[in-house]
Design a protein. Structure first.
Length: 299
C-alpha cells in the first residue's frame, strides 16, 4: 500500500479558524465588504454609504445602507413591488423595472435629506453618460458606492439598470458605462439610443412585436396579463415615461393599513401561525386543561 500523507492532522485542527457565520452561509463577501465599509480616520465618524441592489425571483430591492458597530443601518429603501403604484404593473424584475426602482430610491433618499430640489438629476434620460455636479454655495451631492453582493457583474446585468436609475435620480455614485447593455468594446462607448430604449422598455416592446409576428400562441401565453390589461407593444414606452414622472412627483412610501385576518382567511393560509402566548395565558391554558381532566375523572 502506498504512503498516504495525513493532511488534516492534530496540528491542522488545533490551528483551524472558523470563518464568519455569513461566510459559511455563502451570504457575504467580506473581502468586498471591508473595502465598502471602512471609512478614513480623518472623516470624523461620518458614515460611508452603500447603494445595495439585490434581486429575488419576484422582486428587486434597492437600499442605502451604512455600517455601525451594532450592525448595518438602512437609511432608505425602495422595492419593485411598489412600482404598480406608479403605473408599472408587470415585468417587475426586468432591466427597465430595475432602473425605475433605482430612480425611486434616489428621489426618496434625497427628499428625506432635503436635497431633492437642489439635485434633480437627469429629468429626461436619453441614455447619455450623466454625472451629478455639486451646486455652488450649497450642500454637496449625496455620495454612495455600489454594493452588488455575490452577484456577477456581467455586461448588461440588471444591477447596472438600478445603478443608472439612481445616478439619473441625483445620487453621486462612481461608475463607468462598460457594463451597460449598450456598451461597445470596439468604440469604447455606450450606444445612447440603445440604452435609452432599455430604460423605457424598448427590449420588451421589440420582443412582443417579434412574438406577434412569429408565434402568436407564445405571445398570448407569455404576455397574457398585458393582453388582459389592454397593453399593446406601443404602450410600453409611455407607461415607463409616465411612471418616471410620477416617481419624481411623489417618491414617499405610503404604508398600507392591514386589516386583521378573519377565521376563514386564517384557515386558508397553510403557513399561518397563531401569535405566541404570554406567561399568564399559558398558565391559564394549563389550569383549564387540569380542570377539564378532573371533570372527566370525576364523571
Amino acid at each position: 500500500m502506498p504512503f498516504v500523507k495525513l493532511v488534516k492532522n492534530k496540528a491542522y485542527f488545533k490551528r483551524f479558524q472558523t470563518k464568519y457565520r455569513r461566510r459559511r452561509e455563502c451570504k457575504t463577501d467580506y473581502y468586498a465588504r471591508k473595502r465598502l465599509v471602512t471609512q478614513a480616520k480623518n472623516k470624523y465618524n461620518s458614515p460611508k454609504y452603500r447603494f445595495v441592489v439585490r434581486f429575488s425571483n419576484k422582486n428587486i430591492t434597492c437600499q442605502i445602507i451604512y455600517a455601525k458597530i451594532q450592525g448595518d443601518v438602512v437609511l432608505a429603501a425602495a422595492y419593485s413591488h411598489e412600482l404598480p403604484n406608479y403605473g408599472i404593473k408587470f415585468g417587475l424584475t426586468n432591466w427597465s423595472a430595475a432602473y425605475a426602482t433605482g430612480l425611486l430610491l434616489a428621489r426618496r433618499v434625497l427628499q428625506k435629506l432635503g436635497l431633492d430640489e437642489k439635485y434633480e438629476g437627469c429629468v429626461e434620460p436619453d441614455g447619455e453618460y450623466f454625472e451629478v455636479e455639486p451646486v455652488e454655495d450649497g450642500p454637496r451631492p449625496f455620495r454612495a458606492f455600489l454594493d452588488v453582493g455575490l452577484r456577477r457583474t456581467t455586461t448588461g446585468s440588471r444591477i447596472f439598470g438600478a445603478l443608472k436609475g439612481a445616478v439619473d435620480g441625483g445620487l453621486a455614485i462612481p461608475y463607468s458605462e462598460k457594463r451597460f447593455p449598450a456598451y461597445s468594446a470596439s468604440e469604447k462607448k455606450a450606444d445612447a439610443e440603445l440604452l435609452a430604449s432599455y430604460i423605457y422598455g424598448g427590449h420588451v416592446t421589440e420582443y412582443m412585436e417579434y412574438l406577434i409576428e412569429e408565434d402568436e400562441e407564445a405571445y398570448k401565453r407569455q404576455f397574457a396579463r398585458y393582453i388582459e390589461d389592454g397593453i399593446e407593444p406601443g404602450d410600453v414606452e409611455d407607461i415607463f415615461k409616465e411612471a418616471h414622472a410620477k416617481i419624481r412627483e411623489n417618491p414617499v412610501f405610503t404604508k398600507k393599513e392591514r386589516a386583521p385576518l378573519s377565521a376563514a382567511e386564517k384557515a386558508k393560509l397553510k403557513a399561518y401561525r397563531d401569535q405566541p402566548k404570554n406567561y399568564k395565558q399559558r398558565k391559564n391554558r394549563v389550569a383549564q386543561k387540569k380542570a377539564a381532566f378532573e371533570r372527566k375523572l370525576n364523571a
